[in-house]
Design a protein. Structure first.
Length: 399
């Protein structure tokens, strides 16, 4: 099989490429140049877009004795991932750029170009497993739960999954991956992991957004509408934020205030007590399904995850189509009732649905069923879900 190995310049992608070679595939290494901006091509970066990263990727390819190319995907990256990042924050939502990069770049632009050149699949250094099921390939959590990245991969869809390889999925630990790199004399075996948003210099998200959106003065208010402070751009705030609110007057009960909502219509940031951050109902739209097992209109036991490094939460989920029935965008929607309250959920976050059964089973808790984007949560979601339940009781569910 002809395999295109995405080499980021990190140890994970290098070992993934090595394992693909070892498996007998014809492997070609490609490093994605995602920006033409010198400010983003910074040495010493903890992202994956620096000149140093490209050099490390080339050295890894040399050790593995595979062809190596740099593909300029900067235009696609800017038009999708970066534009989405700015647009979502401007609309008061909290996006995950790694999810969008997987959706639009690694498993779209890169994969599509590879397929056009005669490659059969793309191999990456993500920690996740692919298994074969009755309905096709299944995306499951990695063996190393601490490194699992199935959350950010759930958006890729079934068609892309069929053309993907994740050689690190069965590796027991990151230390084992580093040991594998050292054994193969890959010089970057001790290179630190990347955590920053690769296109945000020095991790300064607010500065990056300000450079794109400019100054947009507005008010910070409490739940009664009383003005507590001024802000320079509501896009700089996210639900659950406590620090940097600019409020000098303490609350009547002396407890901290948190961002409860970002109202882009009025350019106001609404703050209040921590208790008001708790939500139990969520509606997600823009759904991508990796399994067709979830029956339309029926509540089912599941696990949901709303943060890349968050814990899976027990919940009941219901698939609704079209999503317009749930008052959100077209396509499918996912209604969620959490078993326990969740704190600080923001619209725009990725919500991934896993099974609830024993790991390895068709409905296993390690299997990704689908992914959506949080559209509504809290009281608004609770009211809409209650309305839909009343409709369901009056009209038999579809199969």
């Amino acid at each position: 099989m002809r395999v295109l190995a995405a080499l980021s310049g990190g140890v994970d992608s290098a070992v993934a490429a090595a394992l693909a070679v070892e498996a007998g595939h014809e492997v070609v290494g490609v490093h994605m140049a995602l920006s033409r901006s010198r400010a983003q091509h910074r040495n010493g970066s903890r992202g994956c877009c620096s000149i140093e990263d490209a050099s490390d990727a080339r050295r890894a390819a040399d050790v593995l004795e595979i062809p190596y190319y740099v593909w300029d995907l900067s235009e696609e990256f800017t038009d999708t991932v970066v534009a989405d990042f700015v647009s979502e924050y401007s609309a008061g939502r909290t996006p995950n750029p790694c999810v969008r990069c997987n959706q639009h770049i690694k498993f779209a632009a890169l994969l599509d170009r590879g397929l056009a050149l005669g490659f059969d699949a793309v191999a990456t250094g993500h920690y996740a497993r692919i298994t074969e099921g009755a309905q096709g390939r299944e995306l499951r959590r990695a063996r190393d739960a601490a490194k699992d990245q199935s959350y950010v991969l759930a958006v890729m869809g079934q068609e892309r999954l069929e053309r993907s390889l994740f050689p690190l999925g069965d590796m027991p630990t990151k230390d084992a991956v580093r040991a594998e790199a050292a054994r193969r004399r890959i010089a970057i075996s001790a290179k630190p992991d990347s955590y920053d948003i690769c296109f945000v210099a020095d991790g300064d998200t607010q500065g990056f957004l300000r450079s794109h959106l400019g100054s947009q003065p507005g008010e910070v208010v409490d739940t009664e509408g009383e003005v507590l402070a001024q802000h320079d751009g509501a896009y700089s705030y996210t639900v659950g934020q406590r620090k940097g609110l600019g409020i000098t007057r303490p609350a009547a009960d002396g407890k901290p205030r948190y961002v409860l909502d970002v109202d882009t219509a009025t350019n106001r940031v609404i703050v209040g007590p921590e208790a008001l951050l708790s939500v139990r109902e969520v509606i997600a739209d823009d759904v991508v399904w990796l399994a067709q097992d979830l029956p339309l209109g029926e509540w089912a036991e599941a696990r949901v995850q709303v943060r890349a490094h968050g814990d899976p939460l027990p919940a009941r989920v219901r698939r609704v189509a079209p999503a317009a029935e749930a008052g959100v965008d077209d396509g499918d929607a996912i209604l969620v009732r959490l078993a326990e309250p969740l704190r600080g959920l923001a619209s725009g976050q990725s919500l991934v649905v896993y099974g609830a059964g024993e790991p390895g089973a068709v409905d296993g808790a390690d299997r990704v069923l689908g992914q959506g984007t949080v559209a509504v949560s809290g009281r608004g979601a609770a009211a809409r879900i209650a309305e839909l339940d009343q409709v369901r009781e009056a009209v038999p569910a579809q199969v």
